[in-house]
Design a protein around this ligand. Structure first.
Ligand code: GLN
Length: 451
């Protein structure tokens, strides 16, 4: 009830939710209360969450922040949200995002931008919450959700966490089922939580994760007690500091915060070691080939016949064209064009195939380095939250914001962003902890020690 009231008061300004579901939330809350009274409440009984509007929710509109899915009400529930409901969570509504999760600012949503609850005291300009999970992050930061689901294809959990002063983890590829999540780039997409603390993330991930026969890429592995891992400490761990993450033009404050974080880890008994990930410099370029390629294929299904919106034409082809022209925003069209180009005959070998080969080298860098160290610590993003509208006329500049986050997606390894401090303008900055595949426990232990 208190959360729903706060949403009513704050959402008009923040635009964090596309759809609010008060009746459903109250019904779920009553059911959770009744279960608790019987002594049968699940581990998340009554916990109010925002659900990124990329997760299909049975009977609740799921838009992917796109006009093409504006009327879409799925008849089924995604596995991740079903897992949360099984454990007693309460869904407050569907959180805003960049259209089809393509972006780093939440400016590409067909439902309008999301405003970061944080401002610079000096000018109070409206800032972006990051993206694509900007609505999820803004909702948690503004206390109009206790936690949120999000997805991360190239940084969409970790970068908004950094911009909004939250913790957020992209687990290992395969840790959470992708079934029922609107696909962007299937070999990169992973679901994960955003929350105020590392331990809250651990608890939420414990509920979201697990094998699902409906997703052939979901991993058949037991889900460890992630919350217990947060209390393990870091004594004796070896923490790698990759020199390639010292990017040119990165603000000195981010470098300083990074050094501060490493010092905290040494104080807690860890050892820090300089390491090299030589193929890091190709991460961004190859990501922006692989992700659009997969997106162009995944988005082929929006033809005006099977899902969502339809704009009729004289014949079927014209119906496709009209529907897609009206339904997709500029950034989505840009990605579909890049994707179809790099996959087309004659260019496939030069771009897509080459990118896949470099992707294997990026993974090899991590495999090699994790023989020497237990985890890596880097900045999450090369900047703090920027003003709404900034970088919109320069897509490449926008893409550069993902430089530190995309390697984890390209290689499938887990990555956590931890709130680590504020910059001189008073804006939050995050540090990123990367770990071995399926070793989220060490990642959580290191994150909790920084936090
Ligand atoms: N900003 C990146 C992109 O636009 C990542 C988005 C994401 O992780 N969904 O592709």
């Amino acid at each position: 009830g208190a959360y729903l009231g706060a949403i009513e008061a704050l959402n008009p300004k923040l635009n964090a939710y596309i759809t609010v579901t008060p009746e459903l939330a109250l019904r779920q809350a009553e059911a959770a209360d009744a279960a608790l009274a019987r002594g049968e409440g699940g581990p998340l009984a009554g916990i109010p969450l925002a659900i990124k509007d990329l997760f299909c929710t049975a009977g609740v509109r799921t838009t992917a922040a796109s006009n093409i899915l504006r009327p879409f009400v799925p008849p089924y529930e995604s596995t991740v949200t079903a897992n949360l409901l099984r454990d007693g969570a309460v869904f407050l509504g569907k959180a805003n995002l960049d259209e089809f999760a393509m972006g780093s600012s939440n400016m590409t949503s067909a439902f309008g931008p999301v405003t970061n609850p944080w401002t610079r005291p000096a000018d109070a300009a409206a800032l972006v919450p990051g993206g694509s999970s900007g609505g999820s992050a803004a909702a948690v930061a503004a206390r109009i959700a206790l936690g949120a689901t999000a997805t991360d294809t190239g940084g969409s959990i970790r970068q908004p966490a950094s911009f909004c002063g939250l913790a957020g983890i992209k687990p290992t590829y395969g840790r959470c089922s992708r079934w029922g999540i609107v696909a962007f780039a299937s070999s990169l997409d992973q679901a994960g939580p955003l929350a105020r603390t590392v331990e809250d993330c651990a608890i939420l991930l414990g509920s979201m994760a697990g094998h699902d026969p409906k997703d052939s890429t979901s991993a058949d592995r037991p889900v460890p007690d992630f919350a217990a891992a947060c209390r393990r400490g870091v004594k004796g761990l070896r923490i790698g500091v990759p020199r390639e993450y010292r990017s040119e033009g990165m603000p000195a404050e981010i470098e300083a915060l990074w050094q501060q974080g490493l010092q905290w880890l040494r104080d807690a008994g860890a050892e820090t070691v300089d390491v090299s990930l030589p193929h890091t410099k190709y991460g961004l370029a190859t990501y922006y080939i692989v992700a659009p390629a997969e997106a162009s294929s995944n988005l082929a299904r929006y033809d005006g016949v099977r899902f969502g919106a339809r704009v009729d034409g004289g014949d079927l082809i014209e119906t496709y064209e009209n529907t897609r022209a009206a339904g997709f925003g500029a950034e989505v069209r840009r990605r579909v064009l890049i994707g179809t180009y790099v996959l087309s005959a004659g260019y496939y070998d030069a771009y897509y195939l080459k990118a896949q080969k470099v992707r294997a080298l990026i993974l090899k860098d991590f495999t090699d380095v994790f023989r020497q160290v237990d985890a890596l610590v880097t900045p999450t993003a090369p900047s703090a939250a920027f003003a709404q509208g900034e970088r919109m006329d320069d897509p490449v500049k926008m893409y550069l914001n993902d430089v530190f986050t995309v390697p984890a997606n390209m290689s499938g390894i887990p990555g956590l962003s931890v709130p680590a401090g504020l910059d001189a303008d008073g804006l939050p900055l995050g540090l990123q902890v990367l770990g071995r595949p399926f070793d989220e426990e060490t990642v959580f232990a290191v994150g909790a020690a920084i936090e």
